[in-house]
Design a protein around this ligand. Structure first.
Ligand code: C5P
Length: 223
């Protein structure tokens, strides 16, 4: 019998949204069910990897056999990711909020006579870019996601260069596709070598396909 393809490999996955507090009861977030990221963690575990899943707030259950670290904000997410390096490959499927409120209120903001409060936003750390450019602990394979509503592949190619990652899994999330929150996905794998258009499949099939590609890539470089 052959050994499982990812036996002996450590894989890190981020999944879900992040929540950035405005006050104790309100937050800013991106839309993300966590279905695709969690499916990738589950598929990597099934392929024999030791998997760490850093998950934002999601409804989907923790995949079995996977170490799950639950976080809320982007800053908590990057801290959890850094604490769990080194890994052989990292897949950044989380929909991280690009901005957070500079000074989240400690008490619930009350509706008042002055009208709506103005939020002062500051940029969150880019987790994918900072791990892809990490001087000492960059994983051998760094995979990012690109959720786009137009010019999907062009944006993904640009993102590959800008973020310094190896692969981008690009998907069209315009509302008409039903991908957002749904169980199916249509993705394009964008690498330095070119673009592969994968057939529409369930998120778990897309996950298995991606994990098989990751295993082949890690095996190709041996080590
Ligand atoms: O630039 P954009 O947010 O579209 O890039 C998406 C990719 O970057 C995803 O892989 C996402 O997980 C990652 N990302 C991140 N940290 C951020 C923003 C995006 O890791 N602050």
């Amino acid at each position: 019998r052959e050994a499982p393809p990812l036996k002996g490999r450590r894989i890190l996955v981020t999944s879900g949204p992040t929540h950035e507090p405005i006050d104790p009861v309100r937050y800013i977030a991106n839309r993300s069910s966590g279905k695709q990221g969690h499916a990738i963690a589950a598929a990597a575990q099934a392929a024999g990897a030791e998997v760490v899943l850093v998950a934002g707030p999601v409804e989907v259950p923790d995949p079995r056999g996977v170490r799950v670290i639950h976080v809320e904000s982007a800053r908590e997410m990057i801290a959890a990711v850094e604490e769990n390096l080194p890994v052989d490959a990292a897949v950044f499927a989380a929909a991280v909020a690009d901005w957070r409120v500079a000074d989240a209120a400690e008490q619930k903001i009350k509706k008042g006579a002055d009208g709506a409060p103005a939020l002062h936003l500051v940029e969150n750390p880019d987790i994918l870019a900072s791990i892809a450019r990490h001087h000492t602990l960059r994983p051998r394979l760094v995979v990012g996601f690109a959720a786009e509503t137009e010019r999907v592949v062009a944006h993904a190619r640009e993102k590959l260069a800008r973020k310094g990652c190896d692969w981008i899994v690009a998907n069209d999330v315009s509302p008409a596709t039903g991908i957002m929150g749904g169980d199916a996905n249509t993705v394009h794998l964008v690498t330095a070598g070119g673009v592969e258009d994968w057939p529409s499949a369930s998120k778990s099939e897309v996950a298995r396909h991606l994990v098989a590609r990751i295993a082949a890539e890690l095996a190709g470089g041996n080590a």
